[in-house]
Design a protein around this ligand. Structure first.
Ligand SMILES: Cc1ncc(C[n+]2csc(CCOP(=O)(O)OP(=O)(O)O)c2C)c(N)n1
Ligand SMILES: [Mg+2]
Length: 421
């Protein structure tokens, strides 16, 4: 890890990683006491990803978490009590006890879009959020996360293609933790680096050591600012390992012991502590103060959560269907005059003319060299698809955007160097 942030930033990252771990530890205890009603997923060993990426966002930016992103919620300002109560289905929880896991958000203040369980679906949703911010001139960035498994869903590809085509200010974090339930990544994707998925959509990507919080934060910060500047969406592959089973019910006996041991020795919190102590940014006294602060906070938050009532039975009958005004208060804002979004002022160029088309040039047996109005006519013989699609340039030369080969191997000393791909 290189020294490159302010002291405040270093300490914030440490605090949130420790808080993330402590909140989840406490929820495991609540689960064992049968107080958690839904599934409980763990981000043990992946805290640097949630915390480091969310910390790169500004307050006005938007995020939508997945199941292993409690750290991102904490960074954005969600109180631990809300996370506890949500999982305990208490009446004071964000969903008033209607959900027992992570399906909650805060559109008004924290700019958190509630996750949905269908893997990948948040990608088009957050692309839409990113585009909306741009229409409204807010200079906001939208971020969401996806797993290695989730990156094989159809909607991942549809969503990323849509985001790329729209040049949406959107950052997608691909958490490659090597497992999707009991399926190892090697058995479901024929790629060494999942960041290579970005090439198909002509967007830039990075690969980062997901256990190195400084590297994760610096990479995410660069990506967020590039997206904000109008460069379009960016994909970051964070390489890490899922240390627990898929959820509490899964002992993950299918994971080789050596693999687990390898990653346990690269615990992101321990790695960061070593770095902070070595750089004299943390000492035993500070560390104890932070631990006490977290213990005191979580004891109070847990107390509050445990004393919150369960919802009254009749509440189950309400909020089942959208009933309009008493269901939600967010209304579409049509702030752009219609003249601005329709031709000739709209940005859509007239590209419907096809020189040569219908002129009979193909009657000699070959096809006419068809091209569209915004490309140059192909000069070569018809029938060479790879060339004609690119206006005569060989196809191989076109694919240069996301191909630079620098990357960062997890666990190496150069881990905080991120690779722009
Ligand atoms: C479209 C879709 N298919 C299947 C599932 C069921 N499911 C939930 S989590 C999961 C595994 C996800 O693995 P990965 O994307 O690698 O994320 P990780 O659990 O490792 O964080 C599956 C198959 C789902 N929620 N949505
Ligand atoms: Mg996974």
């Amino acid at each position: 890890m290189k020294k490159e942030l302010t002291r405040r930033q270093y300490m914030d990252l440490y605090y949130y990683m420790r808080l993330n771990r402590a909140v989840e530890d406490m929820m495991v205890k609540l689960f064992r006491q049968n107080k958690i009603v839904g599934g409980l997923y763990s981000s043990l060993g992946q805290e640097a990803i949630s915390v480091g990426t969310a910390y790169a966002l500004e307050k006005k930016d938007w995020l939508a978490p997945m199941i292993r992103n409690i750290g991102a919620l904490l960074v954005k300002g969600v109180r631990p009590r809300d996370i506890f109560m949500q999982h305990m289905a208490k009446y004071d929880s964000p969903t008033k006890g209607k959900d027992g896991t992570s399906h909650f958000g805060d559109l008004d203040d924290l700019h958190i879009v509630s996750p949905i369980s269908m893997l990948g679906d948040l990608i088009p949703v957050m692309t839409g959020v990113a585009m909306a911010g741009r229409y409204l001139g807010q200079k906001t960035v939208a971020m969401t996360w996806i797993g290695d498994g989730g990156s094989s869903t159809g909607v991942f590809h549809e969503g990323l293609n849509f985001a790329a085509t729209q040049k949406a200010p959107f950052v997608l974090i691909l958490e490659n933790n090597l497992w999707a339930y009991s399926t190892p990544v090697r058995k479901q994707v024929p790629l060494e680096n999942l960041a290579d998925r970005a090439k198909a959509y002509g967007i830039d990507s990075y690969i980062v050591d997901g256990n190195d919080i400084v590297a994760v934060y610096s990479t995410a910060k660069e990506a967020v600012e590039r997206a904000r500047a109008g460069e379009g969406p960016i994909l970051i592959e964070a390489k890490s390992f899922r240390r627990m089973g898929h959820a509490q019910h899964d002992p993950a006996e299918y994971v080789p012991k050596e693999m687990r041991a390898y990653w346990e020795a690269r615990d992101p919190v321990a790695l960061y502590e070593r770095f902070l102590l070595g750089e004299k940014l943390l000492d035993a006294k500070n560390k104890e103060e932070i631990e006490d602060k977290i213990d005191t906070l979580l004891a109070a938050e847990r107390e509050f959560a445990e004393h919150s009532p369960m919802p009254p039975p009749e509440f189950a009958e309400t909020g089942v269907y959208c009933t309009g005004d008493d269901c939600h208060k967010i209304r579409a804002k049509w702030e752009r005059p219609i003249a601005e979004v329709t031709p000739p002022r709209a940005s859509v160029k007239g590209v419907w003319t096809v020189p040569g088309f219908g002129s009979g040039k193909g009657s000699g047996g070959a096809n006419a060299p068809i091209h569209f109005g915004d490309t140059q006519p192909a000069e070569h013989a018809a029938g060479d698809d790879a060339k004609s699609a690119n206006g005569g340039k060989p196809a191989a030369k076109m694919a240069t955007k996301a191909t630079s080969k620098k990357n960062v191997k997890p666990g190496t000393p150069s881990a905080s160097k991120k690779a722009r791909r």
